[in-house]
Design a binder for this molecule. Structure first.
Ligand SMILES: CC(C)(COP(=O)(O)OP(=O)(O)OC[C@H]1O[C@@H](n2cnc3c(N)ncnc32)[C@H](O)[C@@H]1OP(=O)(O)O)[C@@H](O)C(=O)NCCC(=O)NCCS
Length: 174
C-alpha cells in the first residue's frame, strides 16, 4: 500500500478542494453535475462552509492531494437513513492504487456512525471504472435516468446505484 492518507476536509482545505474538483471536471465533465464555469462561480466561502459540515474527505499520496469524496446525508426526518455519495474524484496519478476504495470506505463508515444505512449515487452509464469500483463495495444498479445530463455529444444516461446495509436497518422514532 502506498503512503496513503485520508482525512476529513475542513474549511482550511477549500483551495485544495476547489483545485481538485476543477481538475476533475475539466478531465471528466460527465462525472460531475456542475460545469467547470459553474464550479468556478461558486463563492469560496460557500465551498468553505460546505467543507466545514464535515461530510467531505481528501486523499493524499505521499502528502500530495490526489482525491476527494463527499457524502450528503438526507436531512428529512423520514429519510435520515439515506446518504448520497458524490462527488468522487481520483487524479490520474493516484488511480489504480486503492485511493477510490479508501475514500468510499471512509464515507460509508462515517455515514454508518451517523445512522445512515442506505447509500445512493449516480454514475454515467459509460463510466465502467467507477461502476466496477462501486460494485466492489456492494452497490447495485437500481435504475437509470435517461437524459440525466446534456453533454457536449448530446444527452447522457446515468445509472442509479444503491448500497443498502440491511443488517444495520433501524427504524427511528419520528
Ligand atoms: C473512478 C475513479 C474514482 C476510480 O479511482 P481509483 O482509485 O483508480 O479506483 P480503483 O483503483 O478501484 O480503480 C477503479 C478502476 O479504474 C481503472 N484503473 C485502474 N488503474 C488505473 C489507472 N492507473 N488509470 C486509469 N484507470 C485505472 C480500472 O478499470 C479499475 O477497475 P478494476 O480495479 O475493477 O480493474 C477514478 O478513475 C476517477 O476519479 N475517475 C474520474 C471521475 C469519476 O469518474 N468519478 C466517479 C463519478 S460517479
Amino acid at each position: 500500500m502506498p503512503d496513503l492518507q485520508i482525512r476529513r476536509a475542513t474549511a482550511d482545505d477549500v483551495e485544495i478542494w476547489r483545485a481538485l474538483r476543477l481538475e476533475g471536471i475539466a478531465g471528466h465533465p460527465e462525472a460531475f453535475i456542475v460545469t467547470e464555469q459553474a464550479a468556478r462561480d461558486i463563492p469560496v466561502d460557500v465551498d468553505a462552509r460546505n467543507l466545514s459540515h464535515g461530510h467531505r474527505w481528501l486523499a493524499f499520496l505521499a502528502g500530495h492531494p490526489v482525491g476527494l469524496i463527499g457524502l450528503s446525508p438526507n436531512g428529512l426526518d423520514r429519510a435520515r437513513h439515506r446518504g448520497e455519495i458524490g462527488p468522487l474524484y481520483v487524479a490520474p496519478g493516484g488511480r489504480g492504487q486503492g485511493v477510490g476504495d479508501a475514500l468510499i470506505t471512509t464515507a460509508i463508515s462515517h455515514g454508518q456512525t451517523n445512522g445512515i444505512w442506505q447509500f445512493e449515487l449516480f454514475v454515467n452509464d459509460e463510466n465502467v471504472a467507477a461502476q466496477r469500483l462501486y460494485g466492489r463495495h456492494g452497490f447495485e444498479v437500481a435504475g437509470a435516468i435517461p437524459n440525466a445530463i446534456l453533454g457536449t455529444g448530446g444527452p447522457e444516461r446515468d445509472l442509479i446505484m444503491i448500497l443498502t446495509l440491511s443488517d444495520q436497518r433501524q427504524i427511528p422514532d419520528i
